[in-house]
Design a protein. Structure first.
Length: 194
């Protein structure tokens, strides 16, 4: 077999495996759309399907799989929160985490917090323009999002705090999955993916 054909066969196999990971991620996001209680959990689990691609093939195939999964899930389930969460933060986070973890620990956690705050701000601005049609001030919109009466501001800040706790728990989950992958599954997965 010629080297050109071998290279083409490897690229085709990588593309097919990336498509399988995209399909698994879209199905997981669909589960989040059906069971709305698990929408954030489904987004987190869908992004974990990108880890084998990231470890075996690098950022190129992983970024392509993230883009295809985001696009398909947003087209198929635009009403659900899980595809938006996947596209806005959790889908590309394993790639960003891979780079940030090479920095000093304090700087890495600071940048991860900034990334989360940026994503939350973008979601809030989208909510402000889509749901409230840009009427009123942003602080009024923040109160309306969580209910003006019964401590809307308190609930808003509790939600932000819970977002930080969930995000850093997800960050820890990725670390644990990577340890499990390296010690238990790496040989089998890489044999299947090569």
């Amino acid at each position: 077999m010629s080297p050109k054909r071998t290279s083409s066969a490897f690229k085709t196999k990588r593309l097919a495996l990336s498509a399988v990971m995209c399909a698994l991620s879209v199905v997981m996001l669909g589960m989040g759309a059906i069971l709305e209680v698990l929408d954030i959990t489904a987004s987190m689990l869908a992004s974990l399907f990108l880890l084998p691609l990231l470890l075996c093939y690098g950022n190129g195939y992983t970024l392509m799989a993230y883009a295809v999964t985001s696009l398909l899930s947003l087209i198929l389930m635009p009403h659900s929160f899980s595809p938006w969460m996947y596209a806005g933060l959790l889908g590309y986070y394993p790639m960003v985490k891979h780079k940030l973890d090479r920095l000093p620990r304090a700087l890495a956690y600071f940048l991860k917090g900034i990334l989360l705050l940026t994503a939350l701000s973008v979601y809030f601005v989208i909510f402000y323009f889509l749901m409230l049609q840009g009427s009123g001030s942003l602080s009024d919109a923040f109160l309306k999002a969580f209910g003006e009466e019964d401590g809307g501001a308190v609930m808003g800040w509790v939600t932000v705090a819970l977002a930080f706790i969930s995000f850093f728990a997800y960050d820890l989950l990725i670390d644990r999955v990577l340890i499990l992958y390296r010690y238990k599954w790496q040989e089998r997965v890489e044999r299947w993916m090569k």
